[in-house]
Design a protein around this ligand. Sequence first.
Ligand SMILES: *[C@@H]1O[C@H](CO)[C@@H](O)[C@H](O)[C@H]1NC(C)=O
Ligand SMILES: *[C@@H]1O[C@H](CO)[C@@H](O)[C@H](O)[C@H]1NC(C)=O
Ligand SMILES: *[C@@H]1O[C@H](CO)[C@@H](O)[C@H](O)[C@H]1NC(C)=O
Ligand SMILES: *[C@@H]1O[C@H](CO)[C@@H](O)[C@H](O)[C@H]1NC(C)=O
Length: 402
Amino acid sequence: MKLLTFLAGVSAVAALNNGVARTPPMGWLSWERFRCNIDCKHDPSNCISENLYMRMADIIAAEGYKEAGYQYVCIDDCWLSKSRDSNGRLQPDPDRFPHGMKALADYVHSKGLKLGIYEDVGAETCARYPGSRGHYQTDAQTFAEWGIDLLKFDACNINPEDFDEGYRQMGFYLNQTGRPILYSCEWAIGEIMHRRQANYTAILEVCNTCRNTVDITDQWKSVLNKVNNYAKDSGNFSKIAGPGGWNDPDELVIGDFSLSPDQERTQMALWSMWAAPLIMSVDLRNMRPESKSLLQNKGVIAVNQDPLGIPGTVRLTMRKVSVWTRPILPKGSLAVVVFNSQSGGAPLNVSVPVHRLINGNALDYLITDTFTGSKLGKLTYHQDLTVRVNPTGVVMVTMTPA
Ligand SMILES: *[C@@H]1O[C@H](CO)[C@@H](O)[C@H](O)[C@H]1NC(C)=O
Ligand SMILES: *[C@@H]1O[C@H](CO)[C@@H](O)[C@H](O)[C@H]1NC(C)=O
Ligand SMILES: *[C@@H]1O[C@H](CO)[C@@H](O)[C@H](O)[C@H]1NC(C)=O
Ligand SMILES: *[C@@H]1O[C@H](CO)[C@@H](O)[C@H](O)[C@H]1NC(C)=O
């Protein structure tokens, strides 16, 4: 008993062991940018259709995103026909997915990528298409037969008392298919929306990702809301994530319409510090070059994908500034983000004593700018890390023992 308690204390992670999501998943999802646009008659190149996912797969494979690590091309709500087929199986809308899901999966796989799909634990999806409740086994089998690699499982149109059973059953039936399918759950946010306490430990025993905040929108205040949620870490969810199971603050809105260049860097940096899924939701056909290169930034992605899989947390707060740290490899190294939440005005000079960032020994550290890879020099344990941070922006460095 004593030993078990001790083990639970040091290795908080009892994550799902289905072989996938050993590092946070990276990919693209249609929801934030393309929503439930089903009007292919008037808006053929932006509607939810096989054409949209094929084009995104083409670009991910051709324009450096795949090499940067983006892998999952994900469908969200509104792909379905309004009724099941005569055998009770789900079917895609026949006009918008005329070749069927198996053909779309084959196409995405031919690009060396994976296909994600969307369903709901309840009787209907959030947009009122057929849900999986009562059909978990059939739907899991259908997805596996189509060659699906990820399931986003939403939490609409169900009694919250039934979340536990519904998410567990779908997890069980996905496992029974024998196909490794990344299981992306909206279970925690479902609980939170019903003013119930989410049990993050229980959720990450069943799911590979745990959405724990409301849907992101393409607005700075929405990004900031997630930063505040992750700073609060209510329920200590950051302690529970690790290889196989990750907390999910929802999609990246980098490259969309609202964020400034500094705010885009803030989103990329903090999502990476949190070991969050990096799921873009943007029209990859129309990208500003700076947003594209930020989404493909090697240094920041390496922090996100660090094999230790330990989420970063707030280490210090100083008025409008928060300092986040994340242990990374090589051993003893840290990723550090200094975030200035103040909007407007001038950049802030911030000095952080190195010893306040470190738990261990009094070492010297080599400092590297994470975004650019430039070496910024060496700091001793007794010196300060001094950085200049733009309003609503970040400075991100990695510190490696010298
Ligand atoms: C099913 O679950 C078992 C036990 O956790 C695991 O070893 C196996 O990899 C899982 N298989 C799939 C396909 O998820
Ligand atoms: C949360 O889930 C874990 C793992 O399933 C369980 O051991 C624990 O008792 C649950 N906590 C609460 C408060 O229900
Ligand atoms: C979270 O952790 C803090 C400090 O370790 C502890 O005091 C608190 O009870 C924990 N809260 C939950 C909900 O586990
Ligand atoms: C902030 O630091 C810069 C150098 O990085 C310096 O030029 C500037 O004077 C400093 N501003 C303040 C208010 O200390």
